[in-house]
Design a protein around this ligand. Sequence first.
Ligand code: NDP
Length: 403
Amino acid sequence: MSTVLVIGAGGVSSVCVHKMAMNADIFSDIHLASRTKSKCDAIAASVKERTGRDVTTYSIDAEEVPAMVNLIRKVQPSLVVNLALPYQDLPIMDACLEASVNYLDTANYEPKDEAKFEYKWQWAYHDRFKQAGLMALLGSGFDPGVTSVFTMWLKKHKLKTIRQLDILDCNGGDHGQHFATNFNPEINIREVTAPARHWENGEWVETPAMANKVNFDFEAVGPKNMYLMYHEELESLAKFVPELERARFWMTFGDAYITHLTVLQNVGMTSIEPIRYQGKEIIPLQFLAAVLPKPETLGETTKGNTNIGVIATGEALDGSGEKTFYIKNICSHEAAYEETGNQAVSYTTGVPAMIGSAMVVTGKWSGDGVFNMEEMDPDPFMDMLNSDGLPWTVEELDGPVSF
Ligand code: NDP
């Protein structure tokens, strides 16, 4: 039985809070704070209607550390769950240290003025969390999050070492809009317009954004083009699976998405350099995000499935030589919407955020310091994926990937 304080009231938060409410034995008291209180109230109303549970709401600017500290002291949670934006990671971690409470997030810190997400800023908090006897768990979404846990489950149960790793993230959903992103547009566009990077023979190999394309036949979706990208779990996987010879991340994009993005990029709308407009300084990408459909409004119209998984090749644990395994989850947009009022991209992130929170508050995962998902026992997390909405399958493939 524990009290949690969730920060942020977007799609991911909405799913996480609904799923926390459905696990009353673990999360006995749920508090939700965000910049716009009305969004917290809307989530609380939906949770009440669907589960009968109460969620207490507040307005907060999470970048104001003293205000955050006051809120944490008032609520007295055992865990602060950061589901706001990556820019708020460090101020929320500062507030957790000052108010002496554990921390969890789903995305690593990114400075506002530089489209560069890296763990180094948050890893630098390790000693402070350790000395305070507190735990910070980083990246408890799907990717990062479940993809890291999938990899460590394969290392625990199937493969002694992993030589090659490919993460395949497919969203086969159709939202009926010309152009929209499935999670925060600003963060999403910063991610997909950055150069691709993968890990090979002990170093990072950089290639231009969207330059490497492979057609892959995804179960429950069909054939889709997926593109080589940089994604944050590659950094922690390269650190915690040191024997990796190659690790890559692939994400599917439709032709219409690529065409829109190319035009927007060519005309300068994805830039994060401030410009002056009618006497005011604006950032083109933030303006673009403001005119695009809000991800939380896409749920009702999105149809189809997501299919996200990991293909790993390495030395089998049982000594039977080299083996390749494919472990994945398929999630239906319609089912996710039916259960929580949000589409599957929010669902596949919000459920692991709830599960990571459950791991911390029940003590199944513990430690003093800053931790990535790869450092924890995958088994109890994998059990909850099965019981709480994101069931997974594992199969042996004939051999390593040919792309
Ligand atoms: P949204 O943009 O929908 O929601 C973000 C929320 O954070 C909004 O409610 C926003 O408030 C709030 N917020 C922003 N700034 C502040 C602030 N200074 N103080 C308090 N609240 C603030 O994002 P999503 O729900 O789509 O994503 C949430 C997080 O999940 C992001 O960090 C994203 O990168 C991450 N993510 C992780 C994935 C994974 O698999 N690991 C996948 C998808 C997302 P307001 O409503 O007022 O704007």
